[in-house]
Every structure is written in structure tokens, then in C-alpha cells.
Design a protein around this ligand. Sequence first.
Ligand code: TYM
Length: 334
Amino acid sequence: PTRILTGITTSGTPHLGNYVGAIRPAIASSRAEGAESFFFLADYHALIKVQDPARVQRSTLEIAASWLACGLQPEDVWFYRQSDIPETTELTWLLTCVAGKGILNRAHAYKAAVDRNREAGEDDDAAVTAGLFMYPVLMAADILLFNAHKVPVGRDQIQHIEMARDFGQRFNHLYGEHFVLPEVVIEEQVATLPGLDGRKMSKSYDNTIPLFAPREELRKLIYSIVTDSSAPGEPKDAEASNVFQLYRAFASVEETARMREAFSAGIAWGEAKQALFERIDAEVSPLRERYESLMSRPAEIERILRDGAGRLRERHAIPTLRRLRDAVGLRDLS
Ligand code: TYM
């Protein structure tokens, strides 16, 4: 089977970018004939950014409920919390020992931190943790542990998948063909969903629209999207507009074509935003009801996650680590 794997970091409330970039395409591809899917909550990754235990736990619950509300069937896919699979961290060490430090130096998140430090006149690595630096190795372990073939993600993650291939290849070269080299899968229409201010929608920019914001809040947020000051009747450049980019991520090809014409014909911003609100709400509101109901049953979610991880360890993670330990010359623990 084709193994499909993707994760979301449990550092905040899931937003529309996570939905169109990861959750929606991942669930769609998991329904294809012959797919075996691995969807998880990246809580080890969350610790890199969030040192607030309550927030990590809250986010884990919200993201788990979001996957389930969006149609994930726990009987049909592997659905788990990253830290319930401790073999992940053990593999991280094996990969750390083959990962080139020079490659990690080029990781976007690390480089951005260094650039910020330079601008502030600080040391390159001021306040940079080894966790941030090692982020791509942990992510490679997530992917290689289950020999995933395809990883559906937003554009911001491409570099990480390339690094996972690189580390996997080096390991294979040294120790034999243990790892599948994963391929990235990007939904071209929505490769990067813009946020309220036009930059990439991201928890770090505080410009997100929560996936399950109550309807009134959703409307308010959409009306607060930054636009240019062109008046009603003035032609508008659809491609340059974040309202249009968002609309396109939720609309059919025909609806998108009609909206592009409306932009050329000078649709008023208020009208375009109303259409966007209605489009998103139509897709999200049935899911929102399921989400709210799931959020009121946290014990059930916890049970689903533990059950998924328990079975997945037995079936894949533990036997895989046994083989890898043997391959590198460590003792067999069994
Ligand atoms: P994270 O939690 O930042 O984002 C989760 C997923 O949502 C996508 N995404 C977006 N897609 C389109 N437009 C946006 N504005 C947008 N914002 C976020 C991301 O590309 C991602 O697919 N390191 C990962 C989590 C992770 C992972 C993995 C993913 C850990 N291990 C292994 C895949 C495979 C992350 O922090 O994603």
C-alpha cells in the first residue's frame, strides 16, 4: 500500500491553513484505494515553541477533535499522538548521528532566528535552543519510522521533507536499505493560505482564522481581512488579493472563475468578503457541530489516541526499532 503520513504541531488552535494545507487533502487521500494513512499530533514538536503544559494539552485535544470532526475514521487510519510513540525519539538519535550539521544550518526556521538575532545585534544563536535546531531531525524520524511514501503538507514544510530524504539516504548508504525516501504532496491551489494580514496564515504571526471559530467570530474575522483601498466599481486584481486566495481554497473551479470575473468587474470588498464568509461557513459549519460535540467528550478522544498508538507501536514502531538497533550495532532489547 501507499503510506501517507502527516502531522500538526500542538502549539495552538487549528486554523484554516492547517485545514486546507494538511487536514482536508490528507483525509481525501486516505480514502483512496490501497492507502495506509498515519495522522498524528506533533506534541514533541510543540515543546520547541510552547513551554506552557496546559496550552500543549489543550491544543492536542483541539487538533485531535478537528481531525475527527473533519471525517478521520480511527478504524481506517493510524491516528496517534507523537509522544505516545517513544520510538520516535530513539530514532531521532540514530538520525542525529548521520544528519549533516551544515544541512541543519540551512533550515528556514533556524535561519530566521539567526537573522532576527543579527538584526538585533545579538549573537547568532542567542536564545536559540538545540530543539529548534534539531526540529528537522525529529520530523524526519516521524516520517522515516513508518516508511511513509507521501507526505501531504503546505509549502512551508517542503524543505523539511527534503531533509528527511537526505537523512534517510545517508542512513541507507551506511547501513543498508532501511528507509523509504518520502515524497512531498502539495495541493497547488492552496499551497500557502494567506492570513488576515496577507502574510502566510500562521500561529506565529497571530493572523489566523481558527478552523472552528463560532459563526459570528468567523464573520468578524473575515471582514477584518486587510484589503487595498480600491472603491466599489474599480477593477480589482484577483491574483493579488488575499480575499480571492482564500475564496479559491474553498470554492469549485466554476465559482472561482465567476469570482475572478466579479473582481475584474469591480466587486465591492464588502460583497467579496460576504461571499467568502458564506463559502467557508457552508463547508465548515457541519464540521463545527461535530467538533463541538467531540470537545465535550475528551475522555473518548484520549481513548482513541491511546488505542491508536498502542496498536501502532506493536505493529510497526517496536519491530522497526529492533531492526534499526541491530543495523547500527546496538544490543537487541527484546
Ligand atoms: P504546522 O503545525 O505548522 O502545520 C500543520 C500543517 O498545516 C500546514 N499549514 C499551511 N498550509 C497552507 N497554508 C498555510 N497558511 C498553512 N499553515 C500551516 C503546514 O504546511 C502543515 O502541513 N513540522 C510540522 C508538523 C510535523 C509534520 C511531521 C508534518 C511534524 N512532523 C511529519 C508532516 C510530517 C508543522 O509544524 O506543521
